[in-house]
Design a protein around this ligand. Structure first.
Ligand code: IPE
Ligand code: IPE
Ligand code: MG
Length: 248
């Protein structure tokens, strides 16, 4: 009888004791996936939402503690107005529809980014879904929305300057923990594994501070095609790495 936890069976040799605590994903390639099929880019984003559903469920079952998904960057506002508004509408619908599924899977939802810069109806849907899942104890799903790594650092510096101006903090007291504790991700462990789909070899302003020592896995697979077996493959790749953190 196979006693492996759900998701660790099926011929894979994943070591359940070395599953990364935090996986971050740059979900890329929705547009190219759609173009390759003669569809509109929006259809690619719709298909990408299916991948999110499957990967969130799989991540929880595989024992990952935190899953951060890059869903909309501060730079993505440059896209055609129609695409941006479709993405916002899709996001709002996703939040409303997924609430029950998140609760069924014991997933707690959080968001990072300049949330106040999102349309107010999206903010409302986000607040509602986060509140409705706040007491769940399984996977923490973190959506990066209107997120930029540089704006996150700017926001942290502003916060620290304000504390210094109030006399609560001196320059000498600022250390790595102080900075990390002022980021949107305060209290969340740094990602162990960073996955990017669609083959691009760049970070695109994602979690600049937090990925210092993340292992990277880039797959040519477009996000709408990225499913559970691809996640397992990324985890296997991660488990083959030797993490040295600058040591020997
Ligand atoms: C990722 O897919 C989704 C978002 C950035 C919102 P893209 O829309 O970037 O797809 P490509 O890279 O153009 O194929
Ligand atoms: C990164 O993808 C942002 C998200 C996945 C939300 P982009 O498609 O926006 O990044 P670039 O433009 O290829 O660097
Ligand atoms: Mg892209």
């Amino acid at each position: 009888m196979n006693r492996a936890p759900k998701g660790l069976s099926g011929g894979s040799s994943l070591d359940p004791a070395r599953v990364p605590a935090h996986v971050a994903i740059i979900m890329d390639g929705n547009g190219r996936w759609a173009c390759a099929r003669g569809l509109s880019r929006i259809r690619g984003h719709l298909a990408g939402a299916e991948s999110i559903r499957e990967i969130v469920r799989a991540a929880g079952e595989l024992g990952i503690g935190y899953l951060t998904l890059y869903a909309f960057s501060v730079e993505n506002w440059k896209r055609p107005k129609r695409e941006v508004s479709s993405l916002m509408a899709l996001l709002k619908r996703f939040l409303a529809r997924e609430e029950a599924e998140l609760n069924r899977n014991n997933v707690r939802l959080r968001a990072i980014g300049r949330i106040a810069g999102l349309p107010s109806d999206v903010q409302g849907a986000l607040r509602k879904a986060c509140a409705a899942t706040a007491s769940n104890t399984g996977l923490t799903l973190i959506l990066a929305l209107n997120y930029g790594g540089r704006s996150e650092i700017v926001d942290a510096v502003r916060q620290l300057c304000a504390r210094a101006a109030r006399g609560e903090l001196t320059a000498e007291e600022v250390g790595e923990e102080t900075v990390a504790g002022s980021l949107y991700t305060a209290g969340i462990p740094d990602p162990d594994l960073l996955i990017r789909t669609s083959g691009e070899m760049r970070v695109s302003n994602f979690l600049l501070w937090q990925i210092s020592y993340a292992e990277m896995h880039v797959t040519p697979v477009y996000w709408p095609d990225f499913r559970r077996p691809h996640l397992v493959r990324a985890l296997l790749d991660y488990q083959r790495r030797e993490r040295r953190f600058g040591g020997v």
